[in-house]
Ligand binder design. Structure first.
Ligand SMILES: Nc1ncnc2c1ncn2[C@@H]1O[C@H](COP(=O)(O)OP(=O)(O)OP(=O)(O)O)[C@@H](O)[C@H]1O
Ligand SMILES: [Mg+2]
Length: 472
């Protein structure tokens, strides 16, 4: 569990590091590992070989000393013995000391100058019958191979020689230093090579990342350079092909959108025109006819002597009056002439007065800054939007109060229509099921380069925020 956790943590840390550092880490790690391993191995092999040589040297110089000192001891030539010891030391590197001991343990001569270390005598002994005896001594100065060789079968004493490892250590240390220096040099070359390699590798990738980010922000003009004929080169080609397709698709979409905008605004304009025509027709022709009918029926009822016919004419007259009223309402709903003649505030006031009569919830209306008339298309849009929003409230909201606020600010006009009804889930509305009211509101707002925001949640009421820019 903890191992897996540690591995996971390690992986998270490694994967978060950028490629440059990863490659650098691998190169440096390998070079240092190789350098360290080679150094340790070379040190150990070298030391082993050289130690074996030191031991051999200790034995052979010991034998040589024993052989050459035999006569000198037998004739008791102390001076020549002394010369022999010093010559032997001078001619053999690594010799730390030499001394000769008489058969009864007395030191006949040594190379220590004044101070012969007393414990050295007991440090190594050899049987008279033996060829030699070598011991490895660990001294303050390092390792010493001490060899004792009997002189003249032990009858003339013992020759002792110490070979020190100082020079071997120096050699091993100097080789280690050289190897470490080489490792350092190779590391430096490795880092330079890794930097160059990552630059070559990451340059196209970074370019791809930047281009992909730009594409993410809908800039489809992005193209990347094919730097090399490898997989990254293929990726660059694929990326370029993709952005080309995206650019083409975006162009087609823009053209389609423009066409749709043209079509929708054409349809809306035609619809308004048609409504205006029918409203005018209803007002000018149908209501005139109905008025004539009313007058005719009144004349008939006034002039008729027969009460039955008079009653009947009165009934017909009230039907005609009701129909005339309905025709007026219909004409007003289709296209109130006040909207064209007197402007948005008056048309809204009349429409809301009409709604208050017909619907069973309160409606507040606030209009600010509309003393000056707005462009006709904006007035029409705001009127239709308010109409649809209030129809929705009456049909779906079960609200107690609704409010409509239209306000002109510097270079825009804002409309807020909200209610305290049961609200709805905006995501759940499916236009394909014929719910086109809100869609129509959005279309109208977007045609005028405006913005619509709908806020609603079940049992939280509904608010429509509309913002339409005004040209200077
Ligand atoms: N003020 C509101 N309060 C509660 N629900 C609403 C409100 N306005 C809209 N809705 C919900 O959103 C849906 C979509 O409204 P939309 O006006 O687009 O379509 P519709 O009114 O159902 O049909 P139509 O196309 O005739 O307008 C409605 O069916 C209703 O469920
Ligand atoms: Mg609706």
């Amino acid at each position: 569990m903890t191992v897996r956790y540690t591995l996971n943590r390690l992986w998270i840390i490694i994967s978060a590091v950028n490629i440059r550092i990863k490659i650098m880490g691998i190169v440096l790690g390998l070079v240092v590992l190789l350098g360290a391993t080679v150094t340790v191995q070379v040190r150990s092999i070298l030391a082993q070989n050289m130690y074996a040589q030191l031991e051999d040297q200790s034995i052979s110089v010991g034998h040589d000393l024993a052989a050459r000192s035999t006569d000198l001891i037998l004739i008791n030539d102390a001076y020549a013995l002394h010369e022999l010891l010093y010559d032997t030391q001078t001619n053999n590197a690594n010799v730390r000391y030499l001394f000769v001991v008489s058969p009864d343990g007395e030191i006949l001569d040594h190379t220590f100058g004044d101070g012969f270390p007393p414990q050295l005598l007991e440090a190594n002994t050899v049987l008279a019958s033996a060829d030699h005896h070598t011991r490895l001594l660990n001294t303050d100065e390092g390792k010493v191979w001490d060899t004792a060789v009997p002189i003249f079968g032990g009858q003339a004493g013992t020759a002792r020689i110490g070979i020190s490892d100082v020079s071997v250590r120096r050699t091993v240390n100097s080789i280690t230093g050289q190897l470490l220096l080489t490792t350092l040099l190779v590391s430096a070359i490795g880092v330079t090579a890794a930097t160059a390699l990552t630059w070559v590798l990451t340059r196209p990738i970074l370019q791809l990342v930047q281009a992909a980010q730009a594409v993410g922000q809908s800039d489809f003009t992005q193209r990347v350079t094919r730097w090399a004929n490898d997989e990254i080169g293929d990726l660059s080609d694929a990326f370029n092909a993709m952005t080309e397709q995206l650019e083409l698709a975006a162009k087609e979409r823009t053209e389609r959108d423009q066409l749709r905008v043209k079509y929708v605004s054409g349809v809306i304009a035609a619809q308004e025109e048609e409504r205006k025509r029918i409203a005018r027709e209803l007002h000018d022709s149908t209501s005139q006819t109905l008025t004539s009918l009313l007058i005719g029926l009144r004349t008939l009822s006034d002039s008729c002597e027969y009460p039955e016919i008079r009653t009947h004419a009165e009934e017909l007259r009230s039907i005609a009056a009701k129909t005339l009223d309905e025709v007026h309402t219909l004409a007003f709903q289709l296209r109130p002439s006040v909207l064209d003649d007197l402007g948005l505030p008056e048309a809204l006031q009349r429409h809301i007065a009409d709604c208050r009569r017909r619907y069973n919830f309160n409606i507040d209306l606030a209009i600010n800054g509309l003393e000056q008339r707005l462009p006709t298309d904006i007035e029409t849009a705001l009127y239709r939007i308010t109409q649809e929003a209030l129809t929705n409230i009456s049909r779906h909201a079960k609200a107690e109060t609704a409010s409509v606020c239209v306000e002109r600010r510097e270079n825009k006009v804002i409309a807020i229509i909200d209610d305290d009804g049961r609200g709805f889930d905006l995501q759940a509305i499916d236009q394909s099921n014929g719910h086109l009211g809100l869609y129509g509101i959005r279309e109208r707002v977007e045609l005028l380069a405006g913005n619509l925001e709908i806020e609603s949640a079940p049992e939280m009421g509904t608010s429509l925020f509309i913002e339409i820019p005004l040209e200077e």
